[in-house]
Design a protein around this ligand. Structure first.
Ligand code: NAP
Length: 250
């Protein structure tokens, strides 16, 4: 209970009802931050995360928002500030996949992934930058993917969105560095969540063979990297892409 480097700070984590987002929200709370738990439809899961966060003696609120609509996404910033009194840390984590080979990839599969995984993150960054520029402090962490670094067959939409997040991260980092706002990305490899549960056994076996550490990662290992980028110790890191992938992209 004595280690509270983020005491007095407020974080917004999208997609925090499950998986990597949930682990991140809890890790930030453990470090003393109040947390807004963004989610789409699983209100019971999100409320349960908020209850767990309050167990760390910090405030938490669960906020529903379908990030397929960029105006709704941007609205999360004002709702977080209204509920928790400020905004210091944004983790754009929510993401979806709609996998298909490029020849068969529909316009809908393309645009749904771009909307949630890229456009919503931009809308949230743009909305969050106003208060952050005013207070001359802020941390933005965008959750990309190794697919955005290396590309992945069957995921042209997802790879494009995640590569786009890296470009967004680097451009914003340069725009706002003079106001002590850092913008970084974390690029997870193969992590055990509902997203990877949906993959077939043969895909999983193939992926495992290409991971130097020889195992799938867990959400807490990604959350630790995200939290590090929010800590005072990371104040001189911006525009960086931190791969948390067991060496997959080495
Ligand atoms: P997950 O377990 O599938 O959880 C997805 C989260 O995003 C949930 O909280 C979900 O909310 C939320 N979400 C989905 N669609 C949404 C929408 N339209 N509006 C608002 N929220 C929405 O995902 P995960 O595996 O933890 O992945 C988290 C992030 O890491 C994603 O950006 C993903 O691309 C990235 N990533 C994951 C892996 C991996 O191996 N798992 C690897 C690389 C990168 P509900 O619960 O309400 O549906």
């Amino acid at each position: 209970m004595s280690w509270r480097p983020l005491a007095g700070q407020v974080a917004l984590v999208t997609g925090a009802s499950r998986g990597i987002g949930r682990a991140t929200a809890l890790a930030l709370a453990e470090a003393g931050a109040c947390v807004a738990v963004g989610y789409n439809s699983r209100s019971e899961d999100a409320e349960a995360v908020a209850v767990e966060i309050r167990g760390h003696d910090v405030a938490a609120v669960a906020l529903d928002a379908d990030l397929g609509d960029s105006a709704v996404a941007a609205g999360l910033v004002a709702r977080t500030i209204a509920a928790l009194g400020g905004l210091d840390i944004v983790v754009n984590n929510a993401g979806i996949t709609r996998d298909n080979l490029a020849l068969r990839l529909s316009d809908t599969e393309w645009s749904e992934v771009i909307a949630v995984d890229l456009t919503a993150a931009f809308a949230i960054c743009r909305a969050a930058l106003r208060p952050m520029l005013r207070q001359r402090h802020g941390r933005i962490i965008n959750v990309s993917s190794i697919a955005g670094v290396m590309g992945n067959p069957g995921q042209a939409n997802y790879s494009a969105a995640k590569a786009g997040l890296i470009g967004l991260t680097k451009a914003l980092a340069r725009e706002v560095a003079s106001r002590s706002i850092t913008v970084n990305a974390v690029a997870p490899g193969f992590i055990e969540t509902d997203m990877t549960l949906a993959l077939g056994e043969s895909v999983k076996t193939g992926a495992l063979a290409s991971i130097p550490l020889g195992r799938i990662g867990n959400p807490a290992e990604v959350a630790a990297a995200i939290r590090f980028l929010a800590l005072p110790e990371a104040s001189y890191i911006t525009g960086h892409v931190l791969q948390v992938d067991g060496g997959l992209g080495a």
